[in-house]
Design a protein around this ligand. Structure first.
Ligand code: NI
Length: 197
């Protein structure tokens, strides 16, 4: 009985000890994380043009939730798939689709002119807007959203782009919430998005 009790005390003590060690570890890690990331949150100012030729800035994110996806019109695979999935979510939103922003921001301003974006976006839900701008304007938004995008030359002299393929969910205040999960039914994704209206 005494031996058993002692063992319980040892187990409880070591459990308590690992909790404390774990807590210290978590605190120090988040502390380190904060000191690295504190100066700039995800997002920030940008000045782009949509596929209708209208200006879109960070102020356009105010008052409604936004889904933002970065890619390029020459993308063979990931971009069209993601834009198709985003279109399905917008369709599932019904009339509420008019109360969210859905942006496809180009990482390839060299080829993605406003006209190219307009043509490309015609294949997707009309609520989805394609944003582009000068190389400097695109560089600014890529930095703000910490998007990785890199030109990859191909044999024929052409190039493709390696890029981050996250869907950013921004709240009504234009603050980043989390990556938005499209790997579920459009209805499930739409239901979650509605909670941010
Ligand atoms: Ni892509």
């Amino acid at each position: 009985m005494a031996a058993k009790l002692n063992r319980s005390i040892v187990i409880a003590a070591s459990f308590g000890f690992s909790l404390i060690v774990g807590l210290i570890l978590v605190l120090s890690l988040t502390g380190t994380f904060r000191s690295v990331t504190a100066p700039a949150a995800i997002g920030g100012p940008f000045q782009l043009t949509d596929n209708a030729g209208q200006p879109v800035t960070e102020k356009s994110l105010q008052g409604r939730p936004s889904l933002i996806f970065f890619g390029f019109t020459h993308c063979p695979d990931v971009c069209p798939t993601s834009l198709f999935e985003m279109s399905e979510v917008l369709r599932a939103l019904g009339p509420d689709a008019a109360r969210v922003n859905a942006y496809f921001i180009s990482v390839d301003p060299e080829r993605d002119t406003v006209a190219a974006m307009k043509d490309y976006l015609s294949s997707f839900d009309p609520h989805l807007k394609g944003l582009t701008g000068s190389p400097e304007a695109i560089a600014q938004v890529l930095t703000g959203y910490r998007v990785y995008a890199k030109k990859v030359p191909q044999k024929d002299g052409d190039y493709t782009m390696d890029h981050t393929a996250l869907i950013y969910l921004m709240d009504r205040n234009g603050n980043f919430v989390k990556p938005f999960d499209l790997k579920r039914t459009p209805e499930e994704a739409a239901a979650e998005l509605k909670t941010y209206l």
